[in-house]
Design a protein around this ligand. Structure first.
Ligand SMILES: Cc1cc2nc3c(=O)[nH]c(=O)nc-3n(C[C@H](O)[C@H](O)[C@H](O)COP(=O)(O)OP(=O)(O)OC[C@H]3O[C@@H](n4cnc5c(N)ncnc54)[C@H](O)[C@@H]3O)c2cc1C
Length: 219
């Protein structure tokens, strides 16, 4: 199996990065091919725009999605975009690994999605979405950490239900392009935990990874 991890944390000693490393070690040990895009380490530019293209089809009025389709049809994506698309295409399992920022992914990861899940490549222009999506043979899930404790994300929690909070990622990004979206793994509030409690989270993640074949898509 080919595993592709898109990792978005600026600190290599963070707990989020530890979870990324756990997945790399686990899948390597199992004999899988693992590729990581460590977006901060790569200094990935998250700002989608005309910089994504070698050439524009319309220089008078920039329409991002139409330029994405044109670039897909005419091999006009810049090297940075093409490289990520190639890594993504090879993957059987895609992991978004990130700390929850403002109820979402950090901007650097949102920009990765804006630029790499391009119209023509990932959806539209003849390609379907959801169950008819281009990438229905791939599985994907989010591995995230939070600042708030688990209780704050329950049905009666002050932050609201985490499933609802993550809907725009799980449904609007991963499932939208057809991927079988597995339940997220959440490391709640690592900064408020003891080393022992953090180790328990690590063990829980290892178990989640060991059972990867048994998790059912959430949509
Ligand atoms: C812009 C912004 C917006 C945010 N928005 C939200 C939000 O909407 N909702 C929310 O809940 N939170 C939010 N937060 C908080 C954020 O989600 C958390 O700070 C983050 O997820 C915690 O994970 P971390 O990896 O950064 O933890 P860290 O602080 O890096 O790690 C916690 C501790 O784990 C230790 N650690 C690392 N590796 C190991 C290991 N192998 N074994 C044991 N210990 C280890 C570290 O040394 C550290 O002491 C936001 C933060 C920012 C900066």
């Amino acid at each position: 199996m080919n595993v592709f991890i898109i990792h978005a944390h600026p600190e290599e000693k963070s707990f989020s990065t530890t979870l990324k490393n756990i997945a790399v070690e686990y899948f390597n040990e199992q004999g899988n091919e693992v590729v990581v895009s460590d977006l901060y380490a790569m200094k990935f530019n998250p700002v989608g725009g005309s910089n994504d293209f070698e050439e524009l089809s319309n220089k008078e009025f920039f329409k991002y999605q139409l330029e994405q389709v044109n670039a897909f049809n005419n091999n006009l994506f810049t090297h940075e975009v093409k490289q990520e698309m190639e890594k993504f295409l090879k993957a059987d399992l895609v992991i978004l690994n990130f700390p929850l920022w403002w109820f979402s992914v950090p901007a650097i990861l949102k920009g990765w999605v804006d630029r790499i899940f391009a119209m023509g490549f990932a959806y539209g222009a003849g390609k379907g979405v959801y169950d008819s999506g281009a990438f229905k043979n791939k599985k994907a899930f989010c591995c995230l950490t939070t600042g708030g404790p688990e209780a704050a994300y329950g049905s009666n929690g002050k932050n609201g239900n985490l499933e609802t909070i993550l809907y725009h990622i799980n449904h609007g990004m991963l499932y939208f392009v057809g991927m079988q979206t597995l339940p997220p793994f959440v490391g709640f509030s690592p900064a408020r935990k003891t080393d022992e409690e953090r180790n328990e989270v690590i063990e829980k993640y290892k178990l989640y990874l060991k059972n990867i074949g048994n998790h059912q898509p959430i949509f």
